[in-house]
Design a protein around this ligand. Sequence first.
Ligand code: GTP
Ligand code: SPV
Ligand code: MN
Length: 595
Amino acid sequence: MAKIQIQHKRLKDWVDKMARMCEPERIVWIDGSEVQKKQLEQEAVSSGEIIQLNQEKLPGCFLHRTAPDDVARTEHLTFICTKRKRDAGPNNNWMSPQAAYRKAGAIFIGAMKERTMYVIPFSMGPVGSPFSKVGVELTDSIYVVLNMLIMTRVGSAVLMHLDKDGEFTKCLHSKAQLDINKRLILHFPEDNTIWSVGSGYGGNVLLGKKCLSLRIASFIARKEHWLAEHMLIMGVEEPNGHIGYIAAAFPSACGKTNLAMLVPPQGLKVKNYRIWTVGDDIAWMRIDSDGSLWAINPETGFFGVAPSTNSKTNPNMVATIKKDTIYTNVLLKPDGTVWWEGADGDVPQEGIDWQGRAWKPGSLDANREPIKAAHANSRFTTPIANCPTASYRLEQHHGVPISAIIFGGRRAHLTPLVYESFNWQHGVFVGAAMASELTAAQVGKLGEVRRDPMAMLPFCGYNMSDYFRHWLDTGKCMTKPPKIFHVNWFRTDKNGKFLWPGFRENLRILEWILQRSSGKVRAKETAIGYIPFHSDIDMTGLVLGEDALDELFAINKKDWLEELKRIKKFFKQFKKDLPEELWQEYEALSKRLKE
Ligand code: GTP
Ligand code: SPV
Ligand code: MN
């Protein structure tokens, strides 16, 4: 492997110091070359860490299985380690930096014995863009290296950019023994440092993603006056060539990936919309000199949910993951291809399930429940560049201008299909008061409603009351702030069936949102915000149940007053720190609901 000359003394000293602690057999610098990537793939195939898939049907694709107790982010083992507990806020687990380094240090000692330590220099955002941040991840997992090569910009160009003294986030990861009792995901925002140990699952170990690009970045963003958000970014191009860009925050496994690359529904075909995907998970946004908000996606890949991904729900993703993709925790078919619940094609008659066991349809576990072929949070890592709707502006250093911000959640009841906030301050309240039902993306109780402000509850690297203040302040600094909306694709009828077909049909709602953003359409004022007149949603080619639209837009004041109590309880945790403006919005909503 190519030998890289390191000019950056602080970087070299840190790598040496971490190596003395972890005691790897050797150290390998990742240069980002195709040659080195191929060598690593071969090595990981030989050791069984990854399985090479059918190279005719799935060229450049591999399968990986994680430990059965290591299949989703572990929020209870994730900590923000600031000097003062107050700075982590009431919603984060907190440890003092001293205690955290000591506790994790004990696990890291000798953790890489007989293993290689890989040094991955990576850039979140185009190398050299004013948006971008550099990190260096040390890891003993080839799986992590191969995923980072897909998800971020890796290698020599990053080191050159760092030069002799550039700033970088120090990211240390070791699988150690993959022991859930010795698993810790630690963030030290004041030291620009991340330590993750004992896990091999994406969100815990691809440290450029949630750890750097959200938890550390949100902390930095507040100081530097920008926003790091859990948002997709997409463009909707009209036939006249104008592209309206949208940034949307939905909690994990609530539809960001699907929306970001939707295919226009048949009924809207004549309108000739074209969709441009900028990102499906993270947005970094800055106010530019024109007074509006501009966004980049710091990542270069998708780490998408596999179950239910098929040619009907997400044809663009199906096309994307046909090559250069790493699949995690899905079913391996006898022909060396993969499958998951809700994938294209017939249910396979046999295969190896996500835990590496022989699988047949209808097999039952000890509790007589059907055994899943793929884990509910099984995923794939795949390059954005392979997506048919990938935006031509992905490499542009200034990103794209955002016309609308959307918040959304999974709510069987209560929230309408779409509503618009009255103004920025009210929009921040809408985001802060957001809630959603839990999914398989986090370890926890499925379906339980939890408050998840701006879809950032698990990802905000500092006190959330300061985060709300930062959002309010950001609004004041823009001359052309985007309008703020809320959507809910998941409202159900009395039989528990989704009232809205979702997926590509969501474009009908985006259309209204963009029309509202450019002032082209009127709206109906309600207690919670503006909602569409039914006739302003283009329903061409879509037939819903008779009262479906009424049900989708119903605002039940009694239920909302109950919701207000839950919002109040949530806000009260922040005590005096919660911005007064949010209480004003709370009172105003309460008053409107009682009118
Ligand atoms: P993370 O990667 O965890 O941040 O998730 P995400 O927000 O990107 O979610 P994703 O798009 O992968 O969607 C997760 C699940 O939501 C999918 O398995 C779909 O079944 C479901 N889903 C997505 N969009 C819709 C929709 O419009 N309607 C309905 N009913 N379900 C949807
Ligand atoms: C999420 O859970 O929101 C994800 C997957 O996007 S992970 O990277 O594991 O956090
Ligand atoms: Mn996510």
